[in-house]
Design a protein around this ligand. Structure first.
Ligand code: ADP
Length: 453
């Protein structure tokens, strides 16, 4: 027998400020089905309409065109009181900012939504709340106030609250966006557990690609359209973390090669080495200068390639080369461009050499130290002003994710560009691009040098 979807959306469109100059079509003709017990992710860039779709499913978005059928019931036809009851019984919601009530204790926050259940005594309500708090390892905090808890603990309280009426569907809007990477991983595992063990249907909104493989299916959203659906695994099939590779496992690869494989998993080992052999110099050139003829490019490439081994010891010599006429073996650039290029190339090449040289030999630089170095270099070089120390930490975490190969270059850029409240670092898009280009350059440079030495 075919499984009936628990959620079915037909031709859903949502337009804000309809008919006005600032009309905003947040969702355009979305059709989808979600099955009981599925874990799905709505994924896409900031502002694409993910949250709007989630709130529409929760019944909180009322100005809609189209149908939202949950458990056979078209919620757009419900009167507001019925909708409220439906929402409280069927749906548990979890938000990035937790939305706990600050003046109530942890326990009272979790007891509160149970008021809809008139048949339950206060004692039963308290018992249920305590059971959940203890399931999520925070029962000892029951008498404290939310502000006294860490972010990860507050989100566990919020998850307990969402589950207290035993809803079938859990909706989570960027639930780990405010958490550090460790708490974020813990909370994400909770969602997997609730899905696998309690068979909750989980719908999670995120713009963080490192979570995508946890879901059965990923719905990709762009500019208000559902553009594609990716199936990761069958319903009922367990999620097995792909990031469990043991650091101590015997591997014939060097640390740099392992790093390279992680960052570029699409490459086979045989492809890796030759591909990166002469990559760094070319990348340096692309970074600092475009629009040269291929002859000029390859001449400059050879020059920079030499510098990558020797370092930029002689600025004058380099400037002279860039400035000298082509027939005399130089590049024939005008003086200002040559000077500008000299400074840029010197700075990048020296940084690559610094990272590369320290990465050699028996006492290789630790990954943590390298991440710290990269963070502090990028911060100074691009004059990044972090408004909060947490933003700096997130920036460092994303560098780590990139080095771990959990995200690719574009994803790194998108994640550091996303606003702080959406879990990002809030770096302007153009600067985010430059920073991500530079990070790639340094990473490739490090690997290239490994082969040179
Ligand atoms: P996402 O969750 O993907 O970041 P949203 O669903 O929050 O995106 O928003 C989609 C678009 O709709 C955005 O351009 C946003 O500014 C706009 N939007 C969202 N909510 C409202 C609202 N209540 N009023 C007006 N515009 C809104």
């Amino acid at each position: 027998m075919a499984v009936t979807p628990i959620i079915k959306i037909n031709n859903l469109s949502i337009t804000y400020f309809k008919g006005r100059d600032n009309e905003m079509r947040a969702l355009k003709n979305v059709n989808l089905e979600i099955y009981p017990g599925e874990f799905v992710i709505f994924f896409g860039p900031s502002g694409c309409g993910k949250s709007t779709l989630l709130y529409a499913i929760s019944g909180l978005e009322t100005e809609i065109d189209g149908e939202i059928i949950i458990d056979g019931q078209d919620i757009s036809n419900l009167k507001s009181r019925d909708l409220e009851l439906f929402h409280q019984r069927k749906i548990g919601m979890i938000f990035q900012a937790y939305y706990l009530i600050g003046s109530l204790s942890v326990l009272k926050n979790v007891i509160l939504p149970q008021v809809v259940n008139r048949h339950k005594s206060n004692k039963e309500r308290k018992k249920r709340a305590m059971e959940l708090l203890s399931e999520f390892g925070i029962s000892q905090e029951y008498n404290r106030y939310p502000s006294e808890l860490s972010g990860g603990q507050q989100q566990r309280v919020a998850i307990s609250r969402a589950l207290v009426n035993d809803p079938d569907v859990l909706l989570a809007d960027e639930p780990v966006g405010n958490l550090d990477s460790k708490s974020s991983e813990d909370v994400m595992k909770l969602f997997s557990k609730l899905n696998e063990e309690q068979k909750k249907t989980v719908i999670l909104v995120t713009h963080n690609p490192s979570h995508l493989d946890m879901a059965h299916r990923v719905f990709f959203i762009k500019d208000g359209n559902l553009v594609s659906i990716k199936k990761n695994r069958e319903l009922g099939e367990k999620f097995i973390s792909k990031h469990t590779e043991s650091a101590s496992s015997e591997h014939p690869l060097t640390q740099d090669l392992r790093l390279l494989k992680k960052i570029h998993p699409e490459l086979s080992l045989d492809e890796t080495k030759p591909l990166f052999k002469n990559y760094k110099a070319r990348e340096v050139i692309f970074e600092v200068f475009t629009g040269m003829t291929s002859e000029e490019l390859s001449s400059l490439e050879k020059y920079v390639d030499k510098l990558l081994v020797s370092g930029v010891n002689d600025r004058e010599k380099m400037f002279h080369y860039l400035d000298e006429n082509i027939k005399n073996g130089g590049l024939g650039l005008d003086k200002r461009t040559a000077l500008n290029l000299t400074n840029k190339i010197k700075s990048i090449v020296n940084k690559i050499n610094e990272l590369g040289l320290e990465g050699k030999g028996a006492d290789e630089i630790s990954l943590d130290a390298m991440i710290l170095k990269l963070r502090s270099y990028l911060e100074t070089e691009f004059k990044i002003k972090f408004k909060k120390s947490e933003a700096r930490q997130r920036f460092e975490d994303r560098i780590r994710d990139r080095l771990d190969g959990k995200i690719n270059k574009e994803q790194f850029q998108m994640l550091i560009n996303a606003t702080f409240s959406k879990g990002g670092v809030g770096i302007h898009i153009r600067r985010a691009k430059k920073i991500s280009d530079r990070l790639e350059l340094l990473l490739l440079g490090r690997q290239h040098q490994h082969y040179k030495n």
